[in-house]
Design a protein around this ligand. Structure first.
Ligand code: SAM
Length: 211
């Protein structure tokens, strides 16, 4: 199936989740809030919060990451970008009291930020071919790199789920962390950290550009 068709189906998939569960972790397809928060804790490691910073949340959903960063008490400007207009509208509504929260469908409308984080945007591939989806993730990472100046982070389900290989779902994408480490090192920065030590079947990549 083509990536465009997959993307259309994914949009319908996430739209339905939001419609059923609203602006909650389940509304962006997590099992629960704990699963979302554990992953956010890894992703924000790319950020140095000592001074005010800007961050783009790529594939933001309704902006749970805004809430997470806000709760840390950090001084920041947030740009949520999501392909799904309903997510963007939900984010604008939910955080309308916060002048530092911005949401856009079109990534061209957000300024280059200090940092970019992307939580859970590559996990579901539906019926897309493995290699086509892999190529699509690499194109997306290249765009993400161009949208930030100091660094970015993303997470992905891992192919190191051997014990449960039988349970691996064909509609999900299990990436090879070593491939992505190498890809980021070669294309984006010499300073890359692979975090695969937080007890879940996924990994987080931290790409630092300002060292
Ligand atoms: C699993 S949800 C996660 C939402 C949010 N990052 C979170 O962790 O709460 C994935 C979201 O990423 C969005 N998304 C996926 N690929 C995208 C892309 N290339 N550009 C913008 N949004 C994207 C989807 O529309 C969906 O809302």
């Amino acid at each position: 199936m083509s990536i465009d068709k997959t993307q259309q189906q994914l949009n319908d998939y996430f739209r339905e989740k939001l419609e059923i569960h609203g602006t909650t972790a389940k509304g962006v397809d997590y099992n629960g809030e704990q699963a979302q928060q554990v992953r956010f804790a890894e992703l924000v490691k790319v950020i140095n919060p000592v001074n005010k910073f800007s961050v783009t949340d790529y594939g933001s959903g309704y902006g749970a990451m805004f809430e997470y960063i806000h709760a840390r008490g950090w001084d920041f400007e947030y740009y949520g970008v999501d392909l799904i207009e309903e997510m963007v509208i939900a984010g604008r509504e939910k955080f309308k009291a916060f002048p530092n929260a911005h949401f856009e469908v079109d990534e061209k409308k957000v300024p280059v930020a200090d940092y970019l984080v992307a939580a859970g945007i590559f996990n579901i591939k539906l019926e897309a071919d493995y290699d086509e989806w892999k190529a699509f993730t690499c194109e997306t990472l290249t765009r993400m790199n161009s949208l930030c100046s100091k660094g970015f982070s993303f997470n992905m389900l891992t192919k190191y789920s051997d014990a449960d290989r039988m349970a691996q779902r064909p509609d999900l994408y299990y990436g090879d962390p070593l491939f992505y480490f190498d890809f980021c090192k070669r294309n984006f920065s010499r300073n890359v950290a692979l975090l695969h030590d937080y007890g879940l079947y996924d990994f987080t990549m931290i790409v630092r550009k300002d060292i």
